[in-house]
Design a protein around this ligand. Sequence first.
Ligand code: AMP
Length: 380
Amino acid sequence: MSTALPPNSTIGIVGGGQLGRMSALAAARLGYRCHVLTPERDSPASLVSAGTTLGAYEDPATLRAFAGRVDVITFEFENISAEGLDLLASLRPVRPSPAVLRISQYRLAEKSFLNGIGVPTAPWAAVNSRAELDAAVARIGLPAVLKTARLGYDGRGQAVLRRPEEVAAAFDALLPRPLILEGFIDFACEISVVVARGADGAMAAFDTVENGHRDHILDITHAPARIPDQTAAAAQALARRVAEGLDLVGVLAVEMFITAEGRVLANEIAPRPHNSGHWTIDACPASQFEMHVRAVAGLPLPPAARHSDAVMKNLVGPAEMALWPAIVATPGLIPHHYGKTEARPGRKMGHVTRLFPRGGLPGAFGIAAALGPLAPADAA
Ligand code: AMP
């Protein structure tokens, strides 16, 4: 598709979660309809889209029915089968391509790809057996992180190995194999960059942001990251290199570590809008979701400009959702609810953005005060 998708066309979104929901809201503003493929009735994306095909991602008849309802296809999560996406790609343009999904789904392919284009990562080794694990531990050393190579997210399917006696139990517990052993990075902070790339190769990268996790789930994002300009610029260049290397059409997040020595190492890539880019909805003229829709629809990409500094705080599980009435009653907090009815522990239910003038991101106490009912307990 070399020309732009005309208004009132339909964008198919594989996946019904909050990323699809926020993409659909951005698409609607540009005059597009969205049609969602999900097994879930009343999914967050379905609730704001023109239509839904309800069914299993693995079912060819469901995939064909979905493709028949849409003009172009994208995906909002990565745990669909690449073969399913191949089938869709034989019927409609799929952006990003199944080849990009394959790399991001498989940590071993991801690390090989990154190192192959000159992007540094933690040292790593593929692990298929106890003997391979012992050899990898001997080479990489402890501490190290053992992860499943497929289908892990939010810290599931991984174990930190600190002592030799922990190695055997971690190997037995982690399935499916293969696994990957990574050197443990004693990072100074975690950052990420969301970059958009159009079919014509034009790119727009949002500013480098800083991410704080709790229980392996993103808790808070500071935009911009409070790091030296040179480091932020290195992260931008790294993300652009990844997008180009993948021949990406869409948006991509690159999660990175900054080491104690100030080196930038890539950890993980996600070829879709990303939780660490939610702040762009409120702090940028064109959000990551609009960039995503524009790239998928073949529209030009505007600059990834930022008019404000921002802090984004996730609302995870029942405890934080219980604060919703207080959140909507607090001036300055910009609330985002994902339309999920059941607040299970660890489930992302919504987020809140707080804006500050450019260059005016306060320190920890100022941010805690500005978050009102969501102030972290340890900052009080
Ligand atoms: P991942 O599933 O790879 O995104 O990992 C989830 C989180 O675990 C990261 O955001 C880090 O906080 C931590 N982590 C992952 N890999 C490493 C590593 N090699 N060294 C130190 N921490 C890590």
